[in-house]
Each structure stands twice: as C-alpha cells, then as structure tokens.
Design a protein around this ligand. Sequence first.
Ligand SMILES: Cc1cc2nc3c(=O)[nH]c(=O)nc-3n(C[C@H](O)[C@H](O)[C@H](O)COP(=O)(O)O)c2cc1C
Length: 191
Amino acid sequence: MPIVKEIEQRRAKRALAAKAITEEVLLRLAEAAHMAPSSLNSQSWRMITVKDPEALDKLKETLAPGNYWARKAPIITAFVTNPTWGLILGDVTFTPFELGMAAMAYQIQAVAEGLYVHPIAGYNAKEAKEALGIRNEDTLQTLIVLGYPGDEEDLSEKHLESEHSPRIRKSLDEVACFDHWDERLIPKPKK
Ligand SMILES: Cc1cc2nc3c(=O)[nH]c(=O)nc-3n(C[C@H](O)[C@H](O)[C@H](O)COP(=O)(O)O)c2cc1C
C-alpha cells in the first residue's frame, strides 16, 4: 500500500495565491485538527484562524524578513497551547506533542482541499501574540500559512529552487529502527 496521498504530497510550498479561502473550508481544517488524539482527552491546542484583512496585516508585520512570501497569504492560523492545559508526567509535557498532532491533521486536510499549507517559526512571537491578543502566559507554538497555489515570480532564487526540489530527508535508518535504541539514531555532529 502506498503512503497516504495527502502525506506524500504535502510540501512546505511558498508560491501562494491571494485568492480567498471559504469559511466552510477553514472550518473543515479546524474540525480535522479537532479530531486529533490527546492525553486524558485534554484537547490542549487552540487555533485562531486570521482572515480579517486588518488583523492579517498586523500579524504579517511580525514576520521575519525571510518569510516575505507569507505576506501574500489570505489566511494565517495561529496554534496556541499552554503546558497547564494538558498532561505533565515527570519531565514530559505532552501539550506541544498534542498540538503537533492537531497541526498535522490540519495540514493533511488542507492538502486534501488543494491548498498549500506551511508552518513557520520565523516571526516575532511577542509581537504576534500582542497582535492576536494571546495572553502572556500562553505559548504561540506556530503560525500555519495557507493559500491556494499561486505565481512563483515573487519568490527569491533560493525559494524558487526549493519549490521544485525533491523532498530532502535523512535516511530512514537514521530516524527509525526496530526493537531497541540504535546508535545510528544519534544525530551526526553538524558540519
Ligand atoms: C515548526 C516549523 C517551523 C518552520 N519555520 C519555517 C519558517 O519560518 N520559514 C519557512 O520558510 N519554512 C519554515 N518551515 C518549513 C520547513 O522548512 C520545511 O517543513 C522543511 O524544510 C521540510 O520541507 P517539506 O515540509 O517541504 O518536506 C517550518 C517548519 C516547521 C515544522
């Protein structure tokens, strides 16, 4: 059986169209995320789908320069959590993991809807939280940038190249093994 099509096809693409995304589609994405599993069913993620042009502009002002391409996006969704909203066992806090699972379901649904969907960390988190009215004590874990496929002409050379590059991954045996920890899983020192 092949890998599920939407997982295989998902790439963090940047050539976005400004074309609007309907509320129906946006709600479906949120619903997909909402179906993610969580410890004690705590559902420790929160999503803010930013679609109002003024609110979106304010949020886009917080983007790192390298994320210039996200300025075209008609929608950016903020994923928020807080360690106190979910399970902590010993030194393991489960909320970022749970948010990640919800965010992945969101992305898979987005791919199925024909969208480009691109999580980013490159923004000023303090300013982005202020722009969205997120409380100081909560964590803005990621912004997910959404848009239908658009023109590539505004992309930098580097991004244009990555838009067409094959997916780059470590070899599978560097990240996965069977039965017992394997020394091959230890990350190689960075050059
Ligand atoms: C948490 C997170 C933060 C990321 N931040 C950025 C970012 O700020 N800007 C960007 O262009 N891509 C960002 N990416 C996208 C990654 O660069 C991309 O997922 C990775 O290179 C693998 O490529 P692929 O998703 O096309 O397989 C981010 C991805 C994740 C999961």
